[in-house]
Design a protein around this ligand. Structure first.
Ligand SMILES: Cc1cc2nc3c(=O)[nH]c(=O)nc-3n(C[C@H](O)[C@H](O)[C@H](O)COP(=O)(O)O)c2cc1C
Length: 350
């Protein structure tokens, strides 16, 4: 099988066809820069940003739009329900020089859905149509849309929604093949990615459960997707994009030496310190460490100690200890990439 080398959004070529999936509380600028540095990322999507916050001058929402030049190409993802505010939010994203504006129609969190946005739009197609038409009319950069399979098992409507998105001028569709009701349980249905692909002529990307390069390759083969999104798999292994790209090209897979991984973690710390107060840095370091410090024999107690630390200074000798152990025992890539459901808890602040 020849895997795609690139994909195109409204005529703009992006390569590799591997996308860092948006994750609230995870894919902020400090993390995105680390992921991008590891290589193989063709497109980055920000965390979802509330248009209510953006259009009411909420500082944090505006902060969330900031990115460094090395993160491009970048899609800024917005969510909301109000047509005027969605248009305005998209205009703000365009002013922030985003390459694309991505509309969130997938978030399952109660507070988002109760406000009418996220996956609620999958059961309010007249409103979705108005939002997409208005956003498309207002911006000159391409509009992309990320959806779920449907609201619940009985109302799987992603094919209909995909056609609507295409009709409204959407430039790419990403499907996370779970329903809203499903949350993160079970598995994403990738057959639906293939079905959407057969029903629209704009590019289609799939999302869900990829934690190994072989899984991404299999999804390309089975669905004919133009790209794949990788989310949680990139938290425990930000090298997954590079490794997937190498595997797609029949090249040996890069395994970073422990020293490099240690440096990456410290770089993440420095990125965070530029970006937020120390209290936030501690929380984010713990979040990443819980996923990243895996796969080393006898490493679990060190990881636990990191998670109990009160300061980043307390964590640093533990990182040294962990990576020294990794030099001795090696890192088991299988274990490092093992699925971990705990990251789901942070989803969309739910
Ligand atoms: C912590 C977390 C936060 C997420 N936040 C967003 C978000 O802001 N916008 C969005 O479209 N999807 C969000 N998602 C969904 C992911 O982008 C992705 O579609 C989903 O996790 C399935 O892919 P994965 O198995 O590769 O993680 C989030 C997922 C997680 C786990």
């Amino acid at each position: 099988m020849r895997y795609p080398e690139s994909f195109e959004i409204a005529g703009r070529k992006l390569s590799p066809p591997l996308v860092l999936s948006p994750m609230a509380g995870v894919t902020d600028s400090p993390f995105r820069r680390v992921a991008k540095k590891c290589g193989g990322v063709g497109l980055i999507v920000t965390e979802f940003i509330s248009v209510e916050g953006l259009t009411r001058g909420n500082l944090r929402s505006h902060e969330m739009m900031r990115y460094k030049p090395e993160e491009r190409p970048i899609a800024i993802q917005i969510f909301g329900y109000d047509i005027e505010r969605m248009r305005w939010g998209a205009e703000i994203a365009e002013e922030a020089a985003a390459d694309f504006v991505d509309i969130n129609c997938g978030c399952p969190a109660k507070k988002v859905v109760n406000g009418g946005g996220g996956s609620n739009l999958l059961r309010d197609l007249p409103q979705l149509k108005k939002i997409l038409t208005e956003v498309k009319r207002a911006i000159s950069i391409p509009m992309t849309v990320k959806i779920r399979a449907g609201w619940d098992d009985k109302t799987i409507n992603c094919i209909e929604v995909a056609k609507l998105i295409e009709d409204c001028g959407g430039a790419m569709i990403t499907l996370h093949g779970r329903t809203r009701v499903q949350g993160y349980k079970g598995w994403a249905n990738w057959d639906l990615v293939r079905e959407i692909k057969n029903n629209v002529s704009i590019p289609v990307s799939g999302s869900g459960d990829i934690v190994k390069p072989e899984e991404a390759m299999r999804r390309f083969e089975e669905t004919g997707a133009d790209a794949v999104h990788i989310g949680r798999g990139a938290i425990s292994n930000p090298y997954i994009f590079r490794q997937t790209w190498e595997a797609m090209n029949g090249l040996p897979r890069y395994q970073p030496p422990p020293r490099e991984m240690h440096e990456l973690l410290l770089e993440f710390r420095d990125n965070l310190r530029e970006h937020m107060p120390e209290r936030g840095v501690i929380g984010r370091m713990k979040m990443l460490s819980a996923q990243f410090l895996k796969g080393v024999r006898d490493g679990a107690p060190i990881r636990t100690a990191v998670l109990r630390s009160n300061s980043v200074e307390d964590m640093e000798p533990l990182f040294e200890e962990y990576f020294a152990l990794a030099e001795v025992h090696g890192i088991d890539a299988e274990l490092q990439c093992a699925r971990d459901e705990s990251a789901e808890l942070a989803e969309c602040g739910a």
